[in-house]
Design a protein around this ligand. Structure first.
Ligand code: FES
Length: 146
């Protein structure tokens, strides 16, 4: 999908592209018109809520997010497994890989990349730490190419 900002700041969108890109663009448009937020980091948790080796699940603007702490760094990815909707933050951790608790699909929590079976990547979101607060920008998802 090709998009660019026009003079009024609204996005002009073409109809070509991957499904994940199209979903991201629709989410941005939804945010512009029906939300009070505009592309900003929002507090989703505090650092003491996110334990190493375990995911922390939360929801922001109807987006389920899993927060993870790996080697002192914090990461955020979509929490809904693209297979059948399992809640990834309830999954098992092995280094930076979380396994879905339902059927064991695996994702790299740093990038959202599918480790197994390698067919569908999920969005990863920019994370910022301010004091003890974990802030996530759900309007700037990054999806790795397959
Ligand atoms: S729902 Fe996650 S692997 Fe099936």
């Amino acid at each position: 999908m090709k998009s660019q900002l026009n003079n009024s700041g609204l996005q002009v969108i073409g109809i070509v592209g991957k499904t994940s890109d199209i979903m991201i663009q629709f989410r941005k448009i939804y945010t512009i018109f029906w939300s009070n937020r505009l592309f900003m980091f929002v507090k989703v948790a505090t650092t003491d809520q996110v334990k190493p080796g375990r995911g922390f699940g939360t929801k922001l603007d109807k987006v389920f997010i899993g927060i993870y702490c790996i080697d002192g760094e914090y990461y955020a990815i979509d929490d809904v497994c693209p297979h059948m909707g399992g809640s990834l933050h309830h999954g098992f951790m092995n280094d930076c890989v979380v396994s879905c608790p339902l059927h064991m699909w695996e994702f790299d929590v740093k990038t959202g990349e599918s480790v197994w079976p390698g067919s569908l990547n999920i969005p990863a979101y920019p994370v910022k730490i301010e004091g003890d607060d974990i802030l996530v920008d759900i309007d700037s998802p990054q999806v790795q190419d397959i």
